[in-house]
Design a protein around this ligand. Structure first.
Ligand code: UDP
Ligand code: MG
Length: 310
């Protein structure tokens, strides 16, 4: 099979028939063999009934339905596990992403050998204040931290080589950082394609303002896990030791001053500062040590993904 289209959706029943017809038109006119995987992320409207009807009319459509709303990342993860096509395309269900982009995305993966091609909504039809400006800032930080040169990390329209989606795990709100996760798993040929973006035709946006806070916290988690996930001591042990050392030096200095009768121990702010640093250092060091013990006992500690064997 050439292409799997994975579509996470939450209450998008009005868009689904139009979207399906459009994808089918593009696939048929390009002679692609394909499947559409709708992942219903706990919709409370009649999205699932619509998917059932569409499936009856077209056997290339498949559906997975969550018991409740788990979030876009969870929906994508389940879609990735089920996808069978050589190239996996993800897109939003709300008709903001255009299926006309699929042939070019497919070509970039198969001919130009990209691992991942992300859409770039260069001209964007969302509210300026709530989406466009924050997303510029968000993309800038992610670019700086991950060293991946993409303009639009969170674009729902993306194409992947099959091995990529089978080797990455997306959870929480981490769908915003799939290129970062892919790079960390060793898929480094990441490209970008300017895509047409459209106004939301039906329904409303499913992401409120809390996405800014959660989004940033997830970025730190990802960067931290990729750097220190397997050796927490390298992080906590280092700053713990530094803090302990500083505290110890300050303590020695305070003791010397006391012995020369220059200060009273309990009157000197430096005495308390030195104690604080020694304590903080010990706690951080312990945190690192506990982290190491936990990773040592984790069943994932020697979980490496092997690309080939001879
Ligand atoms: N979505 C989902 N689960 C959620 C939230 C959103 O599957 O908990 C889907 C939603 O139905 C849509 C896509 O994710 O297909 C993108 O959501 P939306 O269009 O609301 O985001 P925006 O374009 O406003 O950033
Ligand atoms: Mg949308």
């Amino acid at each position: 099979m050439d292409i799997s289209v994975v579509i996470p959706l939450l209450n998008e029943s009005e868009s689904l028939p139009e979207l399906t017809a459009w994808i089918d038109k593009v696939m048929t006119s390009n002679n692609f063999s394909y499947e559409i995987l709708f992942v219903d992320d706990g919709s409370t409207d009649n999205s699932w009934e619509v998917i059932q009807q569409l499936q009856q009319a077209n056997g290339q459509i498949h559906g997975i339905r969550f018991q409740r709303n788990y979030g876009k990342s969870a929906a994508l993860n389940v879609g990735f596990e089920a996808a069978q096509g050589d190239v996996v395309i993800t897109m939003d269900a709300d008709l903001q992403d255009s299926p006309d982009e699929i042939p070019e995305l497919y070509r970039k993966i198969t001919e130009e050998r990209y691992d991942l091609v992300s859409g770039w909504k260069k001209v964007r039809y969302d509210s300026k204040l709530a989406k466009n400006i924050p997303s510029k800032f968000f993309n800038w930080t992610t670019r700086r931290m991950s060293k991946i040169q993409l303009h639009d990390f969170n674009c729902g329209l993306k194409a992947y080589r099959k091995e990529v989606v089978k080797n990455i795990e997306v959870y929480g709100e981490m769908h915003r950082y799939i290129p970062v996760i892919a790079k960390w798993e060793g898929f480094t040929k990441i490209g970008e394609q300017v895509v047409k973006h459209r106004k939301r035709k039906y329904g409303t946006t499913k992401f409120g303002l809390n996405r800014f806070i959660n989004g940033y916290l997830d970025l730190f988690t990802i960067m931290f896990i990729s750097k220190f996930g397997k050796q927490p001591m390298h992080f906590f042990g280092l700053i713990g030791s530094l803090s302990f050392l500083l505290g110890f030096i300050a303590f020695v200095a305070v003791c010397v001053l006391r012995l020369c009768n220059r200060i009273h121990l309990t009157n000197s702010v430096w005495f308390y500062v030195s104690m604080l640093f020694i304590l903080m250092g010990t706690v951080l060091f312990l945190a690192g040590f506990l982290g190491e013990l936990i990773t040592r006992n984790s069943t994932y500690r020697n979980n490496y993904k092997i690309k080939e064997r001879l």
